[in-house]
Design a protein around this ligand. Structure first.
Ligand code: SAH
Length: 342
């Protein structure tokens, strides 16, 4: 059976025939947490039956849950076909961020990322993307009234464009969770044609671009996708965005010892971003035995940070969250057991 969470409000019309009924069904499920269509009392009984005949409200089950000492929770969710996917709940103060996946595995094979080592297993459906938010929201319930969503889990969201955009529209729907686009962030390794397509969308999420290597020679080695879409092509798309959208672009750079952390790299990055409104997020590498890279010393990161700030570029260093449960950036690998690292 098809999942309710895969349906846009417009698609529901095929079953409930009137827009007002589709809106009530959305409100009942997304806002009031109806667990079955029998509870959707605001629409006539015959349409409740039609909904239950056509759609299910099943959410992925929690196969495993790992709680980090810093409060971050990593979930291994089991989907209807038995595949598992990872989602991470990251509390900070009274806010919470849901880090969700767009694919199972990833085809891009970045050398520093563990998800890349899996290869692509399959795309997630829009319903499976929305479902992750529903599960994490239930898990966060009571503690955090407001959440943000980052598409920074497993996979390359722009390689699963239609499902990701459909999920964003469902999450953004006024009658559903009504998540504002300013609280949704899509992270991409820089798929240029898809970025151009995204630039023209009605709902534009915050855009994070995983740059990491600041010259083509360095980025080619770390992120094979760069051989297809080099740095200049990425910068070109960003520079062409209207300023209101350009303001919502962030460049992420994984700091890798001796590879991406030199003062020359920092100066090159400042040069690339000259005259742009974009911000920078430095992510100290989360190491793993399977990855042949190291995290730089704090001094190197501080110096890199200082050079960017000195060039007038808003830059943050991302705190590593959830490392002890393999829930940090680049560590999502459908892992069943907590890795024990020194
Ligand atoms: N494929 C998309 C979405 C994944 S986001 C993208 O690349 O943007 C995951 C983020 O974690 C990316 O910014 C990636 O560069 C970063 N990352 C990957 N491996 C990492 C590691 N070992 N340590 C720290 N960050 C890592």
């Amino acid at each position: 059976m098809k999942s309710f969470y895969h349906q846009s409000r417009k698609e529901l019309l095929q079953i409930v025939e009137r827009p007002a009924r589709a809106s009530r069904a959305f409100e009942n499920v997304y806002r009031e947490g109806a667990g079955s269509f029998g509870e959707v009392l605001s629409i006539p009984a015959e349409f409740r039956t039609a909904l239950s005949d056509a759609l299910d409200l099943e959410l992925p089950s929690i196969h495993q849950r790992f709680v980090s000492s810093d409060g971050t929770r990593r979930y291994l969710l089991k989907l209807a076909d038995g595949e598992t996917v990872e989602s991470v709940l990251i509390p900070s103060g009274d806010r919470v961020t849901f880090c969700i996946s767009s694919q199972i595995g990833c085809a891009l094979a970045c050398t520093f990322c563990m998800t890349g080592q899996l290869g692509l297993i399959r795309d997630l459906t829009a319903g499976e993307i929305v479902s992750q938010v529903m599960v994490l929201r239930r898990e966060a319930e009571g503690d955090y009234p407001r959440f943000s969503i980052v598409l920074m889990g497993m996979g390359e969201p722009l390689q699963n464009y239609d499902n990701v955009l459909k999920a964003i529209h469902i999450l953004h729907d006024d009658y559903g969770l009504a998540v504002p686009s300013s609280r949704i962030t899509l992270s991409t390794a820089g798929l240029v044609p898809a970025m151009e397509r995204l630039a023209a969308e009605r709902v534009f999420p915050n855009l994070s671009i995983s740059l990491t290597g600041v010259t083509n020679a360095s980025r080619d080695r770390l992120m094979p996708i760069n051989r297809k879409y080099p740095i200049e092509a990425i910068m070109d798309v960003v520079r062409k965005l209207p300023l209101a959208r350009q303001n919502r672009v962030m460049f992420e750079c994984v700091m890798i010892k001796g590879v991406t952390d030199s003062p020359e790299d920092a100066r090159e990055l400042a040069r690339l971003l000259q005259g742009m409104r974009a911000k920078v997020n430095l992510i100290p590498l989360n190491p793993a035995p399977e990855i042949a890279h190291e995290r730089p010393d704090d001094d190197a990161i501080l110096q890199f940070h200082g050079i960017l700030l000195g060039s007038g570029i808003t830059t943050f260093v991302r705190r590593n969250r959830g490392n002890d449960v393999s829930g940090a950036c680049g560590q999502l690998k459908k892992k069943e057991f907590v890795s024990t690292r020194a």
